[in-house]
Design a protein around this ligand. Structure first.
Ligand code: GLA
Length: 382
């Protein structure tokens, strides 16, 4: 009996470990890709997606890790007499589109809502969860953003039920499909997101292409670092880099903060009209390595004095990535003391935007930080 119990226990642990590793594999590091909403909104169509697939490859974004090509709201058409969802006239053949995207070595994402209608008023998945999950799997979909839209306020149990239902429906298809929860951080989703199968969950309302909005979202993520890790990530919303509403220092702040936060890096600009500077930001390998660090530790704020904030992320190799963020409108000298980041001796400092080793420092590192800008360094104890 005891042996039997032990065996049952061992096999359960084994099955558990298998399940955990399969889920972790799906979003072992924060998902990277592109989404249509921030730039194209309801203008997204088959042609946009194909052109974006080509651009992901030709601009080097795919090589830098941007793999998911996600169609947001407004692709949905009607259901047929059997209840099967069909795309609208903007997407003549979703399966053919998925094949095309897969042919480029990319993955295709789609969007729906747990309610009857999506946020833009299109067909949602309520009552059709299993059917929709099967349709997505048949098309070859790899990622689903599931957005709580146009529904009466729900309590945490109702939300959990709705999200679990889709998670189970997706799991039943046997196709690995990343599940992105979008319900704006209501009911402290970070506390239960993983338990309903969420690989990432929005923690805030919608971002827009303005410094004030981006900064309010990004700098307010402090405290959520306890809830992120391999397979399950806080999502402060998609990137606005390259959309034109912020200056270069502000976009650098945006990208640096998202990297320190181990946030999903989902570009939201027109990839066919990028300035060299936009490409440089989005493909900065040293920043991407911070975001994608295998330890999956979300960074947090270690000091704040008015508009001056110092954030830190611990990397798998023990080094510390430190962001000196200046939220005021004029340049300012800022510093980080090594004691604050747990370094007692001398340390090597590398600037991740200049991509340059700055040498060895004692006790602290100081730098002039531009208005609304950042100095991002990786500090390694000697
Ligand atoms: C919500 C989401 C956005 C986008 C739109 C689409 O506002 O937060 O990211 O998906 O819906 O309608």
């Amino acid at each position: 009996m005891n042996t039997f119990r032990t065996l049952v226990h061992i096999s359960l642990v084994f099955v558990g470990a298998l399940a955990a590793s399969a889920e972790d594999k799906l979003a072992a590091t924060p998902p990277m890709g592109w989404n249509s909403w921030n730039h194209f909104a309801d203008k997204v169509d088959d042609k946009t997606v194909r052109e974006t697939a080509e651009a992901l490859v030709s601009t080097g974004l795919k090589a830098a890790g941007y793999i998911y090509l996600n169609i947001d709201d407004t692709w949905e058409g009607d259901r047929d007499k059997d209840g099967v969802i069909h795309p609208n006239q903007k997407f003549p053949d979703m399966k053919a589109l998925a094949d095309y995207v897969h042919g480029k070595g990319l993955k295709l994402g789609i969007y729906s809502s747990p309610g009857p209608k999506t946020c833009a008023g299109f067909e949602g998945s309520l009552g059709h969860e299993e059917q929709d999950a099967r349709t997505y799997a048949q098309w070859g979909i790899d990622y689903l953003k599931y957005d709580w839209c146009q529904q009466p306020p729900a309590n945490v149990e109702q939300m959990k039920t709705a999200y679990s239902k889709m998670h189970e429906a997706l799991a039943k298809t046997g196709r690995p499909i990343v599940l992105s929860l979008c319900q704006y951080g209501w009911n402290k989703v970070w506390e239960w997101g993983p338990s309903v199968g969420g690989n990432l969950w929005r923690t805030t309302g919608d971002i827009s292409d303005r410094y004030a909005v981006m900064a309010e979202i990004g700098f307010n993520q402090n405290g959520l670092e306890h809830f992120a890790g391999p397979g399950h990530w806080n999502d402060p919303d998609m990137l606005e880099v390259g959309n034109g509403g912020m200056n270069e220092d502000e976009y650098r702040t945006h990208f640096s903060l998202w990297a320190i936060l181990a946030a999903p890096l989902i570009a939201g600009n027109d990839l066919n009209k990028m300035t060299p500077y936009t490409v440089e930001i989005l493909t900065n390998r040293e920043l991407i390595a911070v975001d994608q660090d295998p330890a999956g530790k979300q960074g947090f704020r270690i000091a704040q004095e008015g508009p001056f904030e110092v954030w830190m992320k611990t990397m798998a190799d023990g080094s510390k990535v430190v962001g000196l963020f200046n939220r005021q409108r004029t340049v300012e000298q800022m510093s980080v003391s090594f004691a604050q980041i747990g370094i007692s001796g001398d340390a090597g400092v590398r600037d991740l935007w200049l991509k340059k080793d700055l040498g060895s420092f004692k006790e602290k590192y100081s730098a002039y930080v531009p208005a609304h800008g950042v100095v991002l360094v990786r500090i390694t104890e000697k």
